[in-house]
Design a protein around this ligand. Structure first.
Ligand SMILES: [Zn+2]
Length: 545
């Protein structure tokens, strides 16, 4: 609530009619930030909340022409400080959230009431106390109801941060993929305090900021530039944002800044980071539709314990705000406004994509476990076809071939070729040190044996034989990281003197659309509809809004 008594005189003179928000409505507004409900702009576009940065002791922001502060978000009362271009935001009396980590053991369709009841009974019979959590969201637009909901059956809650280790134990014991569900037991509480000049505004839990002039952006100071997987922050920069910025309490009681941004502005900031803006227009259109579909598919599926829908790290979608747009990608987003990929049987496609499949796409279940997705099957990525599966027996011949693959002949020629086929030499000493850090005691690495190749030949498990022991590393990213950042797990490996030599294909996981392949197809005159139909089978385009 706004404590009007703390507002200084010039502010009251500017905004005389500040009605103190009652406690219930403030709580409701806060609850919406944590819910998976999608709201829409007056223009009919989804309004998406994206994390800017978390774990901050203070947030500084400004806008040319001034900032309007709205304690309760759009529609609430507005406060304009006298000459208030710059604001400093801190938290007072903050208490952290209470979060519990559950191990997910099964995932079912939300409508499968009988299946959910049976799953709960099954895990209860094992002496556990399972719970069902609903994920995803449902919204109606353009005569179509989009329902992405599913139910996770989860067991054995532990305090936040301990879930990954516990999930790994259960994964070994029950043969399920290790997956954690975060349950928000209690939101963080505290007061957000914004100061500008002599003006101070306080509100419980959240404060909203918008530029006074709608054509301006809000600049947030000192946003960490390294938002990737590493904990290491390499630098900070000021970043600009369209729409509104709000500051709320992070889970540890510090501050989180987030951007409530219309879908088109968000996509315009995301797509240039995902595909070269110089790519052919039809490839950019395919990318825009895939990115829009994936964006909607992610709503309500992650960040369930956070006051925003999407985080902005590489695990989510890279989003660095305004000013990263390119006219060509922005045009592709406008031209495909509201268009998404639907399964022929209904529902949004899980529109995954990666840079280069290397000439053969991969199955979703080979990469991430779970049920096989009929629209994410790994197939040859070449007009003339190719082997149905890449195996230990034919991987050598596959790596020798493939010159006609779509991703081998993109217009971005040199880049496409560098990702299509590659060779990496890793000294045995270096590999021994890397392996030793994760698997102490196995000694000098003597041999590497690829196992569990998926449809594209990507390695699902890598057996490591050391002088004094052995280990097996599983999963696409863990294998690539252990080997020093290989482009993909589609490789064969041989010993050559004091080094291991990896000969491989592709860049990324290879599931869904191959982005360099999409450019190759567009360069050969294919339309975005043909490109998407090639990479996502059993799907069609549909305009949602
Ligand atoms: Zn490809």
């Amino acid at each position: 609530m706004v404590r009007a008594g703390l507002l200084v005189l010039p502010l009251i003179a500017l905004a005389p009619a500040i009605a103190p928000a009652d406690e219930t409505s403030a709580t409701d507004k806060l609850r919406i930030l944590y819910s998976s409900r999608l709201t829409f702009t007056d223009g009919g576009l989804p309004l998406v909340t994206v994390q800017i940065m978390g774990r901050q002791r203070r947030v500084e922001l400004r806008a040319r022409g001034g900032v309007v502060v709205r304690p309760d978000g759009a529609g609430g009362s507005a406060i304009e400080a006298d000459g208030g271009e710059a604001w400093t935001i801190t938290a007072e009396e903050a208490r952290p959230a209470e979060i519990r980590d559950w191990t997910v053991v099964e995932t079912l369709a939300a409508g499968d009431a009988a299946g959910i009841a049976a799953a709960l009974a099954r895990w209860k019979a094992r002496g556990l106390e399972p719970r069902a959590f609903e994920l995803g969201t449902v919204f109606g637009t353009g005569g179509e109801v989009i329902d992405t909901r599913e139910v996770q059956i989860a067991i054995d809650p532990v305090p936040a941060g301990e879930g990954a280790a516990r999930a790994a134990e259960h994964a070994r014991r029950f043969g399920v993929p290790a997956q954690v569900h975060e349950e928000l037991v209690r939101r963080p509480t505290g007061t957000i305090v914004a100061r500008s000049g002599g003006t101070t505004i306080r509100n419980a839990g959240v404060l909203w900021f918008a530029p006074r002039r709608p054509s301006e952006t809000i600049t947030v100071a000192d946003v960490p530039t390294n938002t990737g997987g590493s904990q290491l922050v390499t630098g900070v920069e000021d970043r600009r944002y369209w729409g509104a910025v709000y500051v709320a309490l992070d889970r540890d009681g510090s501050l989180v800044a987030a951007n409530a941004v219309p879908e088109d502005k968000l996509l315009a900031g995301i797509v240039p980071a995902e595909m070269y803006p110089e790519a052919p227009a039809e490839a950019l259109a395919a990318q825009a539709i895939a990115a829009r579909t994936e964006l909607l598919q992610k709503i309500g599926r992650r960040n369930l314990a956070d006051p925003f829908l999407l985080c902005s790290t590489q695990q989510c979608q890279v989003y660095a705000g305004a000013g990263k747009e390119d006219p060509r990608t922005t045009r592709a987003i406008e031209q495909t406004r509201g268009i998404v990929l639907l399964r022929d049987g209904g529902g949004l496609v899980d529109a995954r994509y990666s840079a280069s499949c290397g000439g053969h796409g991969e199955d979703n279940d080979a990469l991430w476990g779970g049920a096989p997705d009929p629209s994410l099957r790994g197939r040859p990525d070449a007009p003339a076809g190719g082997p149905a599966r890449v195996t230990d027996a034919n991987v050598g011949a596959f790596l020798d071939s493939g010159g006609d693959a779509w991703c081998a002949r993109g217009p971005m020629d040199r880049m496409a070729k560098a990702h299509f086929r590659w060779t990496e030499r890793v000294p045995a000493d270096e590999l021994t040190a890397r392996v030793g850090a994760q698997y102490p005691g196995i000694g000098r690495v003597m041999a590497l044996v690829p196992r569990q190749r998926g449809a594209s030949g990507r390695v699902g498990a890598l057996a490591i034989q050391g002088e004094r022991g052995a280990a097996t590393v599983r999963g696409d990213l863990p294998i690539r990281r252990l080997l020093g950042g290989l482009r993909s797990t589609l490789f064969e490996v041989r010993r050559d003197g004091d080094a291991f030599v990896f000969r491989g294909a592709g860049f990324g996981h290879g599931v869904g659309m191959c982005q360099l392949g999409a450019m190759g197809m567009a360069g050969a005159g294919k339309t975005h509809a043909q490109i998407l139909a090639h990479y996502y089978r059993g799907t069609h385009l549909h305009r949602l809004y």
